[in-house]
Design a protein around this ligand. Structure first.
Ligand code: ZN
Ligand code: ZN
Length: 564
């Protein structure tokens, strides 16, 4: 078993507490605590974001709410990052000022984190320790070891966390890729060694638990991509995640092998390319061309590597599809290859994007019709099975999945003879040792919205009102009164997002609403007419009622009283 530097105390406990990433794929925020309940020391593993969708208009970035652990921030000894995907590191620059713990990461991850911290003005505040691949380090009662895995970004690490009460293998995101093209292969020996020493709990990626077999190798994508790109005439644009540096490398080499110059399009392509070069990747490539140079290259000799495979409205590919990109134009006879999958929730924007491209006469290639041009970065069932055989944990703790993924993963682990499996939700505190693993507490775990650069609570008024307004429209009512309480102008009613028709034009409706407002005002008693709040409330209420009779919906009504 593990050496124990710290003597255990009878009250010591080892707990796992997910505050994000359990019951969802995104915003991973995992905590491990050691010590008696009254004096626990914590480490954070990953601090990521998730992204807004149609239900959160105007909100692109969503953070895990650190409220619970913020109260113990002096006891947070470290924030350890497994890899540089946004769902694992994207919240650091937002939430670090509330947690203020030193950060540990391997070089590629640290490089990208520094970029974000620089943009946020925090670079000189956040202490970052760069850990080498396979590096070991000690933080309080935790002995940590980075375990090299394979995934879809350089330097994906699992984390062995040794404590006096047992060892945890926190896998982070992984797959088993025997030929990842860039970086090392899965460090099977290290996992087996930990398994021999005894792993108490494995906290493990559940993303692909419903998919049989293996995820497939980046090397297979290279073969498929080389073949496809070599066969095409006309301009080619390839969309993939910029963070998949091996994929970028594949596309660049495939383009160059087919006699094409390659041009990166989109900010994150350039950012990732810089990070890749920083850690010594992208060796032996011909020089890339700039947007400007690309314009003068014949169409059979250019390949664009673009951001925007998920239909993101402001990304390069969406602008190309709309014909509004300043440098890249695609038309009849050109090709767009989606070297990516459809992330659940992005179906509609991707469909719109693909329709726009098709409308320009562009031919599309997706993993559905061209298997092999994309592979997943997460473990399918055969890979999970192998991992459990190497690690042999006493307890399986599925994470990185929606509820159905976590429960299926727990059942699968039991089938694989893992003695115990437990699937916490965000906020469930799991005692891993001593004794049988169980949920011992439920703590607050919510979301924060980055709304126009301001971090707001999930249930804040702004987004609720905006969502309400976007479905129901807005009415504004303005009344101008003199100092004696007489109406001198108005009420004037204006509408946003409400419709009229030939039988009942919008202006008629607004005039009727103005009459309602006057009637509401007239019903007020003398002294009530001196109080603007009472007037605004009474007018709004009766306009709302009348609006419902007209449109059968409840617009946001905003009444303003002005006195002259
Ligand atoms: Zn990842
Ligand atoms: Zn992830």
């Amino acid at each position: 078993m593990t050496k124990s530097r710290t003597k255990t105390h009878p009250d010591d406990e080892l707990v796992f507490l997910p505050l994000g990433g359990s019951n969802e794929i995104g915003m991973n925020f995992n905590l491990y605590g050691f010590g008696p309940a009254t004096n626990r020391k914590w480490i954070v593993v990953d601090l990521g974001v998730t992204f807004g969708d149609q239900t959160t208009p105007g909100v692109e970035i969503i953070l895990p709410d650190p409220e619970f652990i913020e109260a113990y921030k002096d006891d947070i000894l470290a924030i350890v990052l497994t890899h540089a995907h946004e769902d694992h590191l994207g919240a650091v620059h937002w939430l670090w000022p509330r947690l203020r713990a030193p950060v540990y990461a391997t070089p590629f991850t640290a490089f990208l984190l520094r970029e974000k911290l620089r943009d946020a003005g925090l670079l000189n505040e956040v202490p970052i320790t760069e850990v080498p691949l396979s590096g070991k380090f000690t933080i309080g009662p935790f002995d940590l070891e980075m375990i090299t895995l394979t995934h879809s970004i350089p330097e994906p690490n699992g984390l062995a966390i040794k404590t006096p009460l047992g060892t945890i293998l926190h896998t982070g995101d992984w797959k088993i890729d025997p030929d990842p093209l860039l970086g090392g292969v899965t460090d099977i020996d290290a996992i087996k060694r930990l398994g021999d020493e005894g792993i108490l709990a494995m906290v493990c990626d559940s993303t692909n638990v419903f998919v049989d077999g293996h995820a497939g190798s980046e090397a297979d994508v290279r073969v498929a991509m080389n073949k496809l790109i070599a066969s095409l005439k006309g301009k080619i644009a390839v969309a993939c995640f910029a963070s998949n540096v091996a994929r970028m490398d594949t596309v660049i080499r495939a383009g160059q092998a087919a006699g094409r110059k390659v041009c990166l399009v989109g900010r994150s392509m350039h950012r990732m390319s810089a990070a890749a070069r920083h850690v010594g990747l992208f060796q032996g490539l011909e020089p890339l061309v700039t947007d400007d140079q690309a314009k003068h290259i014949p169409e059979d000799q250019i390949l664009y590597l673009c951001t925007g495979s998920q239909g993101e409205a402001r990304a390069a590919l969406a602008r190309i599809a709309e014909g509004s990109h300043p440098h890249v134009k695609l038309s009849q006879g050109d090709h767009v290859i989606f070297s990516s999958r459809v992330i659940p929730g992005n179906e509609i924007p991707i469909r719109n994007l693909q329709n726009n491209l098709a409308d320009r006469g562009v031919r599309l290639y997706t993993e559905r019709d061209h298997p092999g041009i994309h592979v997943s970065g997460h473990p399918c069932r055969d890979e999970l099975k192998e991992m459990y055989q190497w690690a042999r944990p006493q307890i399986a703790v599925p994470t990185h999945g929606e509820r159905r993924h976590l429960l299926e993963h727990a059942a699968f682990a039991k089938d694989l003879q893992v003695p115990q499996a437990i699937s916490p939700r965000n906020g469930d505190m799991v005692r891993l040792a001593p004794g049988h693993a169980e949920i011992i507490d439920e703590v607050p775990a919510g979301r924060l919205y980055v709304d126009g650069g301001v971090v707001t609570p999930q249930n804040g008024d702004a987004l609720r009102e905006r969502r309400h307004a976007s479905f129901n429209g807005v009415l504004t009512v303005t009344v101008v009164m003199d100092s004696r309480g007489k109406v001198v102008s108005g009420p004037e009613v204006r509408a946003l997002g409400l419709a009229g028709d030939a039988d009942y034009p919008l202006q008629t409706a607004l005039d009727d609403l103005a009459d309602e407002a006057i009637d509401a005002f007239k019903r007020l008693k003398g002294d009530e007419r001196d109080n603007d709040d009472i007037i605004e409330m009474a007018v709004s209420r009766s306009v709302k009622k009348a609006a419902y009779r007209i449109w059968e919906r409840r617009p946001v009504v905003e009444t303003t009283v002005m006195r002259i």
